[in-house]
Design a protein. Structure first.
Ligand code: ATP
Length: 263
């Protein structure tokens, strides 16, 4: 469904942030993209949704295909109409509007024919939003706002939903709930690119996982195997405490060995 090939992104004509990134999201898959702060995860999302320009970023090499069409330089609104929706980090809802108004705004690119069906789908998925549908979004809890942000993106009935750190700042119980919601969304046929620092959460529901560091992939494979990987455990789960030397993702030989094992 989505193929990113050898992508290079530069900000302000000087800062090289993505350095030949390639990844794929298959039809009906949940794909996890992990990486530490500053690795380039949000930049990857901006490149896919077409919002790089707003941030003074440029694709200087590589390509992005969606459903076989080259979308590398298409307008963001065209990409939304093609079926790509994103939920940015930090619950960017319209704080002064009600839940219903936010959801109506989310359907702005559609012709409105499916509005009722999509609205009902969102309300079924998030009963809490149904209870608070007339509430002003800015007064709701962080978890409710996150649900609204996802609900708003779903109003476009996307084929691909990109979620940037949906678990950020949520209490463990809500993270669990978020996981279940993502699985349910995917169960209805929407593919999901899940950008996360919470490796446990993302890899436990993903069909495929990628790990990136400083703008490049350093590992990818079966999420169950990735979860057992020493580096992933050390960097993302804080499980390595044997005092041994820190193996770097950047150690290419180490990566190749690991990649053979994962494939
Ligand atoms: P985080 O988990 O902290 O959100 P990330 O993996 O999403 O990090 P990005 O936000 O893509 O990483 O940032 C990657 C690098 O690009 C960082 O070094 C960041 O400072 C830089 N960067 C991001 N946006 C811009 C911009 N508009 N102009 C210049 N540099 C930027």
């Amino acid at each position: 469904m989505l193929t990113v090939e050898n992508l290079e992104v530069v900000y302000n004509d000087v800062v090289l942030v993505l350095r030949g990134l390639s990844l794929e999201v298959g039809d009906g898959q949940i794909v996890a993209l992990l990486g530490a702060n500053g690795a380039g995860k949000t930049t990857t999302m901006r490149a896919i949704s077409g919002l790089l320009e707003v941030h003074e970023g440029d694709i200087t090499k590589g390509s992005i295909h969606f459903g076989g069409t080259d979308i590398t330089h298409l307008d963001p609104s065209v990409r939304v109409k093609m079926g790509i929706s994103q939920v940015m980090e930090g619950r960017r809802i319209f704080a002064e509007l009600t839940v219903d108004e936010n959801l109506t705004a989310g359907a702005y690119t559609t012709d409105g024919k499916d509005f009722d069906r999509q609205y009902d789908r969102v309300m079924t998925l998030f009963p809490r939003l149904a209870e608070r549908h007339k509430s002003v979004a800015g007064y709701m809890s962080g978890g409710e706002q996150q649900m609204l942000a996802i609900g708003r993106a779903l109003m476009q009935d996307p084929e691909l939903l990109i979620l940037d750190e949906p678990s950020l700042g949520l209490a463990p119980k809500l993270v669990q709930q978020m996981k279940e919601i993502i699985v349910e969304i995917n169960g209805h046929g929407t593919s999901v690119l899940l950008i996360e620092q919470n490796a446990n959460m993302a890899l436990s529901i993903a069909h495929h996982g990628y790990v990136m560091e400083t703008g490049k992939l350093v590992m990818d494979g079966d999420p169950k195997k990735l979860l057992k990987d020493e580096d992933v455990q050390e960097f993302y789960l804080g499980l390595r405490s044997d005092g041994g030397e820190r193996k770097s993702f950047r150690d290419v030989k180490h990566y190749k060995r690991r990649k053979r094992w994962l494939s």
